[in-house]
Write a protein that binds this ligand. Structure first.
Ligand code: FES
Length: 103
């Protein structure tokens, strides 16, 4: 399953997702600039991405805790902003497009 990820320099990476892993883990392990300071506990907001190209609406709704954390994140874009640690790789996310949000 693929993840098409754009980094902060605008470079596009085609990454291989892993079932049940979070998108954050795939981005981080590929060396993209995702601090993920809380390790995926939905407690830091440093894994903020923009989910683009219609993919936002295909994902399950964000949890209350994700919404609360996004409220504190910088450069939030309603309708695209998500925390990548809360997006789980699956066949349903094959081909998802994300862009790492600015710091
Ligand atoms: S890694 Fe901390 S909120 Fe996602």
């Amino acid at each position: 399953m693929k993840i098409i990820a754009t980094d902060r320099q605008g470079k596009v990476h085609q990454l291989e997702g892993r079932e049940h892993w979070s998108v954050m883990e795939i981005l981080r392990d590929a060396g993209l600039d995702v601090a993920a300071e809380c390790g995926g506990a939905c407690a830091c907001g440093t894994c903020h991405v923009y989910v683009t190209d219609g993919w936002y609406d295909k994902l399950p709704e964000p949890s209350e805790s994700e919404i609360d954390m996004l409220d504190m994140a910088l450069a939030v874009q309603p309708g695209t902003s998500r925390l990548s640690c809360q997006i789980t790789c699956s066949t349903e996310t094959d081909g998802i497009k994300v862009t790492v949000a600015p710091e």
